[in-house]
Write a protein that binds this ligand. Structure first.
Ligand code: PLP
Length: 864
């Protein structure tokens, strides 16, 4: 190493310094940097959990017995010393003694001063770095322990309250030629110092705030004018969403400083937001790496790079947020209203995060990380605000943000993404002046699902590239390189499927085993007395026979569907069949009564005008609850925009007509849409129908419809049948007088089906590649109709590297004849068999002969 050897500052977090294996990784990192011609400088945190223990110790020193915690802290360090095979006494005693005497000093006080608190908290880093130095030198590394407090000086600002001065101090970040030349005197020595701690002008210990080790490392990187800063932690970088909530989140390989700042501030906890200022100022690239998986390249935060236009890079969520809504009419054309209310926030020491204003309302959020939001403070705040307006607290909110660049110019593309807000209450929307984020404040319990749905919208189909790396799942569970779920049934049946495609293409293939599995799932819903299969999803006779064997009934919407059921299963008990048409000719009802099936009416008019047809019959009535749900506007089947159902206000008229005809209403029905993943939907519908049923004394059954969603793309949220079971059981317990029915279509068959099609031609037009198949929207119209996403794989080359990004298209003369846009596929040639997944529902049943091209034929694949 020489004077001109560039520095690399490496910061290791709590988990990275808590075991011998991790210290071996640190030694390896040091070796690699040296071999590559860099001079490493290490900044270390306290052992994992020790800072929390030290906080407890401070509390107990004035308010209890600190000795057990002191022992725990000592034992943790001694245990690691034993693991590292270093002498605990010589390495740790001085630090332990200092901690003991500080604790005794605090025990004499009523409450610890910020100075004392800082001195105790600093012990974690002082002890961990002593252990690290002892271990590395025992490994033969020439290493020197540096006291960070000698080099990092806190800014002296008399206006900052003492608490902040000691516990959340700030330092200036400058190049430090004196330190550089001091360290360059011994170029072969490795320097190791503490994160989190610094000193003030009096030489006392101060802290840089919880999580401040990243900031310390950034200051050292600035001082040394390092070639790069590496933050080593337990995750390999920043992701497109929090991986513990969204396992399909993608590693972000590159971020600009501002984007990383935005993400760190909006809730991603990998980096402390304050560490980005110094590295941005000195243009030092920051690399995030994981000691758990040091081979993964991680995230590089550097200059903004080429402007690749507007895009979303991540979905973040921050919870435990409190919103304050301030209603006033006095604000209109008033001068100074905002100044007055913001003065009140300042007066109470509260920092405001997001703000939205209209003429009659101002809503702001308070971030718990920046504010101590105890009840007293908030009460006083409300009291003062109420002098100017009607103020109200909205507790337990979450801020969900789209983070990226030029978000404003993306507004038109955000259309489909906004559909996920359909069923959620949004308290506030803001779009950052920096154009780096757009944020939505929602109820906290909505946030995880919202993040998953938004993530699926923006990143579900995204191909890996220079910015978006592998998915979290791939990194931890070795999912296929393309991020697809490895457990789809069709992977195991590849050979059989290729044989079937060879015999005939295009072809729909349905897995018998998967249909049985899904039927078991539905039967496991304890509160549902009878499930009915909505045969419109897939009326193939073999599918109907299979489901009949499984004990499922059938829901039909046309005489044709009724014929199909009775042809496929001639002996079926009509009690297991529903006829629920919409805008049907009156004669259709008459025929259905003759067959003895259950009939559902969804309009009053036929009953009023054709009383004779309904005379002395039993009917169900489909009600419109006023609000639809589902994956696309066209599949939401409630609300004024939808043609289905009788609005509650009309039920009285219907009841009068039924009485006149001697018709008894024995059941109420509702179906609100398709592809629904919120389990509460159906439990709420039970309550809704039960509330109406009180006016219909003969009602025994409540049918809450279908619509159970299945994940259509990697990372999409499935409906959780266990929690559906729980909420339905609770709903059934609230209304024990009724039996409950459901009528899923998609859930029973979607994942069981695949469409196999042969590649006819490929083509490149400028930057766009096309892979053409022998069928398209004539077999599968959902992508063209709903923008539906279906996973597509090259079955002939399953497992080959994904080298092409292409639009997968059919032979139909329509520009919309596209089965998948921008799909990552292996090199694909004419004759290859492509598989379009999750096409068992609304695939063949919606197929057509457009262009006189016959759609794919269907075949059931048996269990062996
Ligand atoms: N019930 C009725 C009345 C429907 O209209 C539909 C679908 O349109 C369903 C059930 C089945 O819906 P899904 O296939 O989403 O479960």
């Amino acid at each position: 190493m020489s004077e001109s050897t560039p520095w690399v500052v490496c910061k290791f977090g709590g988990t990275s310094v808590s075991s011998r294996a991790r210290w071996d990784t640190i030694a390896e990192v040091v070796r690699t940097h040296r071999n590559e011609g860099r001079h490493p400088f290490l900044v270390c945190s306290a052992l994992q959990g020790i800072s929390d223990q030290l906080e407890v110790l401070v509390r107990e020193a004035t308010d209890g017995d600190p000795r057990p915690t002191l022992n725990t802290i000592r034992d943790r360090h001694r245990a690691l010393a034993a693991d590292l095979e270093v002498d605990a006494e010589t390495t740790l005693n001085e630090g332990f003694e200092r901690l003991e005497s500080l604790t005794e000093e605090i025990m004499q006080e009523d409450s610890p001063s910020p100075r004392q608190r800082a001195a105790v908290m600093a012990s974690g880093e002082l002890l961990s770095t002593r252990l690290g130095v002892a271990y590395l030198s025992a490994q033969g590394v020439p290493v020197e322990w540096l006291d960070a407090r000698e080099f990092l000086r806190a800014k002296d600002d008399a206006n900052v309250p003492p608490r902040r001065q000691y516990l959340a101090a700030t330092c200036a970040s400058h190049s430090d030629p004196v330190l550089q030349s001091h360290l360059n005197d011994n170029p072969d020595t490795l320097y190791l110092t503490q994160g989190f701690i610094a000193s003030n002008a009096l030489g006392e210990t101060v802290l840089l705030g919880r999580g401040g080790s990243d900031t310390s490392a950034a200051h050292f990187a600035a001082k040394l004018q390092a070639e790069r800063l590496e933050i080593w932690t337990d995750v390999p970088g920043m992701f497109t969403a929090n991986p513990s909530e969204v396992p399909s989140a993608r590693l972000l390989r590159r971020l600009g400083y501002d984007e990383a700042q935005e993400l760190a501030t909006m809730g991603a906890r990998v980096l402390h937001p304050r560490c980005l200022g110094p590295v941005k100022r000195h243009r030092i690239p920051l690399h995030i790496r994981s000691t758990e998986d040091p081979k993964v390249d991680g995230t590089i935060v550097a200059g903004d790079g080429p402007d690749v236009g507007p895009h979303v890079k991540a979905i973040s969520a921050k919870d435990e947020v409190t919103a304050v809504s301030m209603d006033t009419l006095g604000m209109w054309q008033e001068v100074g209203f905002l100044a007055d209310v913001f003065q009140i926030f300042k007066h109470h020491g509260l920092s405001v995060d997001l703000v939205a204003t209209s003429e009659a309302n101002v809503t702001v959020t308070l971030d718990p990380q920046a504010n101590a939001l105890d009840a007293d403070v908030l009460d006083r705040l409300l009291h003062d605000l109420n002098q100017y307006c009607d103020a109200e607290l909205i507790r337990s909110c979450a801020v969900v943000s789209l983070v990226g660049r030029h978000i404003r110019s993306l507004l038109s593309d955000l259309g489909p993404a906004f559909e996920v807000f359909d069923e959620k209450k949004v308290h506030l929307v803001t779009q950052a002046a920096s154009d780096l984020n757009m944020s939505f404040v929602v109820d906290e319990e909505q946030a995880p699902r919202l993040v998953r749905e938004l993530h699926a919208q923006f990143f579900g189909a995204k191909a890996p590239d220079a910015i978006f790396g592998p998915r979290w799942q791939e990194l931890v569970d070795s999912v296929d390189a393309d991020g697809r779920q490895p457990d789809a049934w069709w992977r195991d049946r590849r050979e059989d499927l290729l044989t079937l495609a060879d015999e005939q293409s295009p072809r729909y293939v349905y897995s018998e085993a998967t249909i049985r599995e899904k039927s078991d799932d539905v039967h496991a819903l304890e509160a549902i007395e009878q499930p009915f299969y909505a045969i419109k999803a897939n009326p193939h006779p073999d599918v109907l026979r299979l489901l009949e064997e499984e004990g499922v009934g059938f829901e039909c919407v046309s005489p044709g569907e009724l014929d199909r059921v009775f042809e496929a299963v001639p002996d079926i008990d009509p009690e297991r069949v529903l006829f629920q048409p919409n805008f049907a000719a009156p004669e259709e009802y008459a025929e259905a009564f003759e067959r003895g099936v259950h009939v559902t009416l969804d309009n009053v008019q036929p009953l009023v005008e054709r009383l004779a047809i309904f005379a002395n019959e039993e009917i169900f009535v489909r009600v419109d609850p006023g609000e639809g749900h589902g994956h696309h506007r066209h599949v939401r089947t409630a609300g004024a925009q939808s043609k289905f159902g009788v609005v509650p206000a009309e039920l009285e008229r219907l009841r009068a007509a039924a009485d006149r005809a001697g018709t008894s209403v024995v059941g109420l029905h509702v179906h609100v849409g398709s592809g629904i993943t919120d389990e509460d939907t159906w439990a709420d519908l039970v309550d809704f129908l039960a509330s109406l049923a009180t006016d219909f004394p003969d009602v025994r059954t409540l049918n809450v419809g279908g619509g159970l969603g299945v994940p259509d793309r990697p990372g999409a949220a499935p409906v959780d049948l266990d929690s559906l079971n729980d909420v339905l059981n609770e709903a059934a317990a609230r209304h024990p007088q009724y039996t409950l029915w459901m009528e899923p279509g998609r859930y029973l068959v979607a994942e069981a089906g695949v469409l196999l099609a042969q590649v006819t031609q490929t083509k490149a037009k400028g930057p766009v590649h096309y892979i053409g198949l022998d069928t398209g929207m004539n077999s599968l119209i959902r992508p063209a109709l709903y923008g539906a996403y279906h996973e597509i794989a090259n079955l002939s080359r399953l497992g080959d590297a994904l080298s092409v990004t292409a639009d997968v298209v059919g032979p139909i003369c329509e520009t919309g004849d596209v089965l998948g846009h921008n799909r990552q596929l292996p090199d694909t040639d004419p004759g290859d068999v492509l598989l379009v997944a999750t096409t068992g529902a609304y695939g063949a049943s919606m197929a057509n002969h457009y262009n006189l091209r016959p759609p794919a034929e269907e075949v059931l694949l048996s269990d062996d």
